[in-house]
Design a protein around this ligand. Structure first.
Ligand SMILES: CSC[C@@H](O)[C@@H](O)C(=O)COP(=O)(O)O
Length: 367
């Protein structure tokens, strides 16, 4: 996607040195557009843990490059297995991270040590290119949902879409998942307006989704996380589209904390609730999302404080709770498949069910 008029991906290899890896520091957005140059494994691990990079597909892609950086130092079997395990453990919920590392190992294990660095960069590049293509396809399939609503509503009507967290281009290598259909709808001339959940505690909606949509000229309004139910009761939401960090073989959906409450409100108000995902987000080994998907517990300090920009331009973090109050911070929740209208994948739309996924992905479903 473009910033100003310059096209960017969310991760790229330095064109001059051919090996260092660049990302945007997402903890500084929307106030500053800082590019970080990553040169070693531990920098990559730290960037993922501290959420300088975040979003399920993007952390997989960046971890893949993290392994390439590690192999530059030591490409032996023992070192590679150790580095891969370390990177895979940086965040627990998004399955794309484990998927990307497993795919890298499958390519690299059979190779002699001296061939591994070049192969690692090649494979990480393929992971990135495939993510872009998958998200673009998700956009095309999701666009049909928005077109249908626009047609039903009649000429000139605005389609109001609610989204939670950030599942835009900055959460993937490019395009995004939940936001890809919205970008395509906007680009095709449909009138869309997006309700952006602020997404406490880290405000990925208020900071990142609002920044992305604004940069692309998509009309949007930021709302507090608790506003969604009210908006739906008053007919202000035509459609919910969210991303996801892990989908079970039966269609349960893990996503940013608060997604489940939006699904409940959507169900109660007859609002379609769609989840956009590349197939790399499906965990075919998991059947019951509630008991089998690990939910990341992050530091309470993310709840007790907020970060923003002061009037004189400084980025500051301030405490919003009394000093003695404890805080719990489960970072994700699971929305049962029965509350999901359907899934938007690179292969098309399907029901959030074992049968629906099996129809689109017969090879995986049989395995
Ligand atoms: C295309 S990104 C899909 C999900 O990763 C996204 O909705 C989300 O929950 C991100 O969580 P985060 O904790 O910001 O990494």
């Amino acid at each position: 996607m473009k910033i100003g008029n310059v096209p960017y991906r969310s991760v790229w290899v330095d064109q001059d040195d051919g090996w260092s890896v660049h990302i945007f520091d997402q903890t500084r957005l929307p106030w500053a557009l800082d590019v970080l140059r990553l040169t070693e494994r531990d920098q990559v691990a730290q960037a993922i843990r501290t959420m300088q990079v975040r979003g399920a597909p993007l952390i997989g892609a960046v971890a893949a490059y993290g392994l390439a950086l590690a192999l530059r130092v030591d490409a032996s079997d023992a070192a590679m297995e150790h580095d891969a395990a370390l990177l895979a453990e940086t965040r627990p919920t998004a399955i794309n991270l484990r998927w990307a590392i497993d795919r890298m190992l499958a390519r690299l294990r059979p190779l002699p040590a001296e061939a591994r660095v070049a192969a690692a960069y090649d494979e990480a590049g393929r992971i990135c290119d495939e993510d872009v293509a998958q998200n673009e396809a998700i956009g095309r399939h999701g666009l049909s949902l928005i077109q249908d609503i626009a047609t039903r509503r009649g000429a000139g009507a605005t389609v109001n879409i609610l989204t939670h967290c950030n599942a835009g281009w900055i959460a993937t290598v490019d395009w995004g998942t939940a936001l890809a259909p919205i970008y395509m709808a906007h680009d095709s001339g449909l009138k869309v307006h997006v309700w952006v959940d602020e997404t406490r505690p880290r405000n990925q909606g208020a900071a990142l989704t609002a920044w992305e949509l604004g940069s692309h000229g998509v009309p949007h309004t930021v709302v507090v996380d608790n506003a969604g139910g009210h908006l739906m009761q008053h007919g202000a939401v035509d459609l919910v589209i969210v991303g996801t960090d892990r989908v079970t073989r039966g269609g349960d959906v893990a996503n940013k904390i608060g997604t489940y409450l939006k699904a409940l409100a959507a169900h109660d108000n007859g609002v379609p609730f769609w989840v956009a995902l590349p197939s790399t987000t499906i965990d075919w080994s998991v059947t019951d999302g509630l008991t089998e998907i690990p939910i990341e517990e992050r530091a309470g300090a993310e709840v007790t404080s907020v970060t923003g920009q002061t009037a004189d331009g400084r980025i500051e973090t301030v405490q919003v709770t009394p000093p003695g109050s404890g805080a719990a911070n489960p970072a994700f929740d699971v929305t049962p498949a029965r509350l999901v209208t359907g899934l938007i994948t690179e292969r098309g739309l399907c029901a959030a069910s074992q049968a629906g996924l099996a129809e689109l992905f017969p090879d995986h479903a049989r395995a």
